[in-house]
Design a protein around this ligand. Structure first.
Ligand SMILES: C[S@@+](CC[C@H](N)C(=O)[O-])C[C@H]1O[C@@H](n2cnc3c(N)ncnc32)[C@H](O)[C@@H]1O
Length: 200
């Protein structure tokens, strides 16, 4: 999976749908959560920073966590010191970050992680008291969303809201809420994307 993202990294931002997803996810996040200039935020699976750079002007810092060095290099190529966007190429489920965060945002990365329950436990452990998560991904689909690249590194064909809510509750989060964020409309079908928010 990481190799594929390294290969596509240079072209990533040219995808209009990717830009639209990030813009809609950001809009949905700010309609639900007060981002403050005192907050240190993690963008999990930040990629080239499509979401990170939208969040950054509103908060103290954003740490873009990703396993693909190629994607993070593209993020760095757009970075400016005044935005306080940092990058971290690390598997935080194996090697946790040193510091904690006031919030964790993520767009379209969760379906690439096999153990979703462990991912939410990891998020919980990385949050300050009263920290939030705002995680966007596909609603349950039939596997056609990524079919053109053979579902390489895709561990979940979207998510069932009820099952995901159970996992998030079990990890210890409160106030779990689902919001409609965007729908990808393609010739082969419609793919709704949710944003799930919750508090530590
Ligand atoms: C579909 S891309 C989305 C990138 C970005 N969030 C966006 O909206 O453009 C998924 C990203 O998640 C990253 N990723 C997958 N598994 C990961 C993991 N376990 N830890 C960190 N990043 C991961 C991939 O390397 C890739 O950059």
């Amino acid at each position: 999976m990481t190799e594929r993202f390294n290969e596509v990294a240079v072209e990533w931002d040219k995808g209009d749908i990717r830009q639209e997803i990030a813009a809609s996810v950001f809009k949905t996040i700010v309609s639900r959560i007060a981002l403050l200039n005192t907050m240190n935020i993690m963008d999990f699976g930040a990629g080239t920073g499509l979401l990170s750079f939208k969040v950054a002007p509103m908060v103290r810092s954003v740490t873009g966590v990703d396993l693909s060095i190629g994607m993070l290099e593209q993020l760095e190529s757009k970075n400016v010191p005044s935005l306080h966007v940092k990058t971290l190429c690390q598997d935080i489920m194996q090697t946790p970050c040193e510091g904690k965060f006031h919030g964790i945002v993520s767009s379209m990365a969760m379906h690439h992680v096999e153990n979703t329950a462990q991912l939410f436990q990891t998020f919980y452990a990385h949050l300050e008291r009263d920290g939030f998560i705002a995680i966007a991904d596909l609603e349950e689909e039939d596997g056609t969303f990524h079919a053109q690249h053979g579902n390489d590194g895709v561990h979940h064909f979207g998510f069932n809201r009820d099952l995901l809510r159970e996992m998030i509750d079990k990890a210890g989060f409160k106030n779990v809420r689902f919001h409609d964020a965007y729908t990808v409309a393609r010739e082969d079908g419609s793919y709704p994307i949710f944003l799930v928010t919750a508090m530590k």
